[in-house]
Design a protein around this ligand. Structure first.
Ligand code: PYC
Length: 433
């Protein structure tokens, strides 16, 4: 085989490419900036993955392009950019499994669909069981999953050790690993790129994204409430820091502020908001080939392509809008990770952060119509929001375009709390809450 001799041409050296790339001033903008108009067909509140995906599918699948996506901060700055980028479909309820399975399919084809490298890594997902009751739940999930043709099975400690050699699978540990739910199609994806891909795609169809535009009120007329809002009313638009906008359809795609935004329309949501903290270590050589979750030890961990370990835990046990990290979290996280993987004891934690999770009583979202005509919700995502972004956008767009609730959305209606048809998904939460 001919061997390369001599130095690479200076023109193509890494230093030259990097410096040219950085200095280049003509990169096309991925999405544009616009003057706020005074009317849109659809106003979407929240430029996270749910809002952006809804806008994208409205335009791409239904030709509805007179759409504004508003965000009080920057695009992807909420839960969509703060999560641990895990995707999976091994849920507990048949409704949840079908929903997330569609999301995973959309994540699988996203690089081609949006023409952007989302770095989807189908590396497999293991939920460890340390007790007989946890093992029972894993078996239950595996059966529900298999009935819906989801690749998911319970495996024993030996197989766990083979798949992830850094896990301590000895039976003598304090919390011995009795088995795991193994879900090969689960993995990770680059969360920011998913947001950017949907934003760029929506923008190309003419959708307008307005960052730093806060919704301060939702305009409703004819409602039962003293202010004319609430059940029986009809949405007419929104009041923002950039001016009033008229719209027949307003969609709440926020996380963290979902109940506050809905209250502006006179719609009460059964949601409490909790911070969820995460942390990342310094990068090291790749050694963790799968996503590992331990519900009993309140931890999930995966390794990024850069080599960092990304950890998360359960939501903080108090309701607040604060996103401050805490020493309690770090200490607990470190001690639990070391129970599982003693070998990482000398790795250093680089940083930690938090996002906000809107928790519903059954750990399932609230999607679709509300008692205020034209005011729709895609909220209440708890700790599952990022992984549901694509399917939520696709299905919400269909609902808006056709006026009919698609089958995948039916179980998650606002009505279910009054009808008593809860979709209990707590057993599939990555960690016990
Ligand atoms: O449900 O897989 C999950 C998850 C990971 C991080 C937060 N939730």
């Amino acid at each position: 085989m001919p061997r390369f001799k001599g130095k690479p041409s200076a023109k193509y050296s890494a230093a030259a490419l990097i410096s040219k790339g950085i200095r280049r001033t003509s990169w096309p903008r991925a999405w544009g900036e616009h003057e706020l108009e005074n009317r849109y067909d659809v106003v979407i509140i929240g430029a996270g993955v749910h809002g952006l995906a809804t806008a994208y599918y409205l335009a791409a699948n239904h030709g509805i392009t007179k759409v504004a996506v508003l965000d009080k901060s920057y695009l992807g700055g909420g839960g969509s950019g703060r999560n641990t980028a895990i995707v999976r479909s091994n849920y507990l309820t048949p409704e949840g499994v079908a929903f997330y399975d569609r999301s995973l399919a959309l994540y699988n084809s996203m690089a081609q669909d949006l023409n952007i490298n989302v770095m989807f890594s189908e590396r497999g997902h293991l939920t460890l069981a340390h007790t007989d009751s946890a093992l029972r739940t894993m078996r239950w999930r595996a059966e529900v999953n298999k009935l819906q043709k989801i690749d998911s099975e319970v495996i024993g400690p030996d197989k766990v050790g083979e798949l992830v050699p850094s896990l301590d699978v000895r039976p003598t540990t304090r919390y011995p690993i009795l088995g795991a739910l193994y879900h090969p199609p689960g993995g990770t994806i680059r969360h920011d790129t998913v947001n950017w891909g949907y934003a760029r795609g929506a923008d190309a169809f003419g959708v307008q994204i307005h960052q730093r535009t806060t919704v301060v009120d939702i305009l409703v007329e004819g409602g039962d409430g003293p202010d004319g809002k609430g059940p029986g009313g009809r949405v007419t638009g929104v009041k923002t820091t950039g001016g009033d906008i008229a719209a027949d359809v307003v969609v709440n795609c926020t996380a963290g502020w979902a109940s506050i935004i809905s209250a502006m329309a006179g719609v009460r949501l059964p949601i409490t908001t909790h911070p969820l903290q995460a942390a990342v270590t310094e990068p090291v050589k790749t050694f963790l080939p799968a996503v590992v979750v331990s519900g009993s030890l309140h931890v999930y961990v995966s390794q990024t392509d850069r080599g960092e370990l990304v950890f998360g835990a359960s939501v903080d046990p108090f309701a607040t809008y604060s996103m401050r990290g805490s020493l309690d979290f770090t200490e607990e996280l470190a001690s639990h990770v070391l129970e599982l993987m003693p070998g990482v004891s000398r790795m250093r934690l680089l940083r930690q952060w938090a996002g906000l999770c809107d928790m519903t009583p059954d750990y399932s979202p609230v999607m679709g119509f509300t008692p205020v005509e034209g005011f729709l919700c895609d909220v209440g995502w708890g700790t599952y929001g990022f992984k549901a972004g694509p399917v939520s956008g696709e299905q919400m767009a269909e609902l808006i375009a056709t006026g009919t609730t698609p089958t995948l959305l039916e179980p998650f209606s606002y009505r279910r709390f009054a009808d008593g048809n809860l979709v209990g998904e707590k057993g599939a939460a990555a960690v016990g809450h």
